[in-house]
Design a protein. Structure first.
Length: 192
């Protein structure tokens, strides 16, 4: 018996669309798009309208979670994300917000979800996503993408009392609860 399961092949498929590129050109940067609920809804729904996909995938960024915890990032064109400050000590971890305190910093994400759900009008489900704990931990320690994760691995093995990994894991959970309450039908966790 053949069972037809959906397979998620591309995240945010709309990035290939000219309509998406037109929206991006109106803004100074990627992060400004991520933080604009009306535009998040617009670009999330573009692939539904243009490509006929089976579900909408929320337009966002996995790094909104570390930012809400107190580690702002920059999106450098053609290079990717960069954290000017990183986790290097236990004191750095203690300065981070966590739990619902950090989750409340993500109102723009929840508003984007609500706006998207409203505009989808039940045509297709909405899939939300969040960075998995190891991915968030690596960015928080490395400060950028890495092929080896050497700083993050070193920290995990040499400073086990430094609990940035647990902090990122706990906050990811706190983020997903309000996200679901805002209307995200299901969620995926993106890991490296």
């Amino acid at each position: 018996m053949w069972i037809d399961h959906p397979i998620w092949l591309m995240r945010q498929a709309g990035r290939i669309l000219p309509q998406y590129r037109a929206v991006r050109e109106r803004l100074p940067g990627f992060i400004e798009l991520v933080k604009n609920p009306a535009l998040v809804a617009e670009v999330t729904i573009q692939p539904v309208d243009e490509l006929g996909v089976d579900a909408a995938i929320l337009f966002s960024d996995i790094l909104v979670i570390p930012e809400a915890m107190g580690l702002p990032y920059e999106m450098i064109e053609s290079k990717g994300p960069f954290f000017p400050e990183t986790i290097q000590s236990k004191g750095d971890i203690e300065k981070l917000s966590s739990g619902m305190d950090a989750a409340t910093e993500l109102g723009y994400v929840y508003d984007g979800i609500g706006e998207t759900v409203k505009n989808l009008n039940e045509r297709v489900p909405l899939i939300g996503f969040a960075g998995a704990p190891f991915t968030l931990f690596c960015y928080m320690v490395e400060g950028r993408g890495s092929k080896t994760f050497s700083k993050a691995k070193k920290m995990m093995y040499t400073q086990p009392g430094m609990d940035a990994f647990t902090a990122s894991k706990n906050h990811g959970h706190r983020y997903r609860l309000p996200s679901a309450e805002s209307g995200s039908g299901c969620q995926s966790r993106s890991d490296l």
